[in-house]
Design a protein. Sequence first.
Length: 91
Amino acid sequence: MSAIHPKITDVLTHTFKVPAAEIHPGSTMDSLEMDSLAVAEFAVLIRETTGGDRDFDQLPKDATLADISRFMDTAAGGARVGGGAAMSNAR
């Protein structure tokens, strides 16, 4: 797993109070019961925590935490992760 995964876990457990036992590489924002506002806040917090500037709108809505980790690890302008529709803040 990527070096970003512990940071994702930390944000989810401390900010959003997601139980650590529910956080797996295959978890999605939907499976963690994150609503659209929480997803938007999560994206901002991860960018701030990692110093990254990646646009989460490029991720598919059904992106897993492993997908998000890889996405944050890739160089800017990299290929889109997954094949679904872009992750949006609307449900």
